[in-house]
Design a protein around this ligand. Sequence first.
Ligand SMILES: NC(=O)C1=CN([C@@H]2O[C@H](COP(=O)(O)OP(=O)(O)OC[C@H]3O[C@@H](n4cnc5c(N)ncnc54)[C@H](OP(=O)(O)O)[C@@H]3O)[C@@H](O)[C@H]2O)C=CC1
Ligand SMILES: O=C(CO)COP(=O)(O)O
Length: 320
Amino acid sequence: MSVSVLGAGAFGTALAISLAGNGPVTLWARNNAHAEQMQTSRRNVARLPGVDLPPELTVTSDLAEAAESDTILLSVPMQQLRGLLMAEGDALAGKALVACCKGIELSTGMGPVSVIRDCLPEAQAALLTGPSFAADIARGLPTALTLACEDPALGLSLQEQLTTANLRLYRTTDTVGAELGGALKNVIAIACGAVIGAGLGESARAALMTRGYAEMQRMALACGARAETLAGLSGFGDLTLTCSSDLSRNYRLGFAIGRGESFDPSITVEGAATARATAAKAEDMRLDMPITQTVVALLDGRLTIHDATAQLLSRPLKEE
Ligand SMILES: NC(=O)C1=CN([C@@H]2O[C@H](COP(=O)(O)OP(=O)(O)OC[C@H]3O[C@@H](n4cnc5c(N)ncnc54)[C@H](OP(=O)(O)O)[C@@H]3O)[C@@H](O)[C@H]2O)C=CC1
Ligand SMILES: O=C(CO)COP(=O)(O)O
């Protein structure tokens, strides 16, 4: 079975490089000049510098060519996923579509698997998520991710097809838990970056990670997810990585906010839109998600980091 990756960003390119160890892979870039430049230079200088593309990897801007594969990974930012599926639906319907993005759609409150189902009901939808930096995967460093698919037989087949020498996949049928773990950890990473950027200390970060995890669970369980999914790679695992590494763009956005500095708006930071989508969803569901709401207020400039901290610390005392 052949594999294509749609979206030649950092993550799509890294996954394609890793999968090329299993056999031929097609990487689709929407921009023709970018595709040609990658195909000839054998590098993705713009998104993943310093890594060679293996010979088994073909880059194209021809969607029809990429859509010949049976399995198609969708590696575009969450807020772009619906647009891609709507634009290319005819070519993608009926395929096994594996979303590789992390987030909640701002306009609908849906995660990536739900968006695939909503746009292309006849496609087979799955999700690849968990703790990994594109640069690590591209360099062949050991990584473990979660492959979530409601259909157990398809999940097993995708797990086998997409596991590579250095990328080990675990599988689950809990797509809701995997979607929410991967999305919500980015919001908490922004909060953690902010406290470190503001010099509030490692203890504050540990408190935020732990209480942030409680918020992630609260939302996920209310949406029907399983607690063990949140405790796995897609939840706790990714929370740990993203909140503790300055390789994370979400963490770095938070760090800039904490320091009162600007941040390049062209950088993909999934947690910003997801914080807003999650806060709205929490309000609808009457769920208490104070850290998420605080992150939205920080992003909007309605609170300073010091006011935000004071507000969180002065909440009514409660049982853990
Ligand atoms: N980078 C990482 O370490 C990891 C990222 N992820 C997730 O992967 C997803 C993608 O992130 P990442 O690759 O880092 O992002 P990048 O910013 O590196 O790249 C985003 C890519 O998406 C492409 N794109 C945007 N909109 C569309 C569209 N409508 N149609 C086709 N292509 C489009 C862009 O194309 P163009 O170049 O033409 O603008 C670009 O190549 C995110 O959800 C992220 O959370 C998950 C794990 C690790
Ligand atoms: O999802 C990631 C790590 O698992 C990548 O994190 P950032 O999107 O914050 O860079």
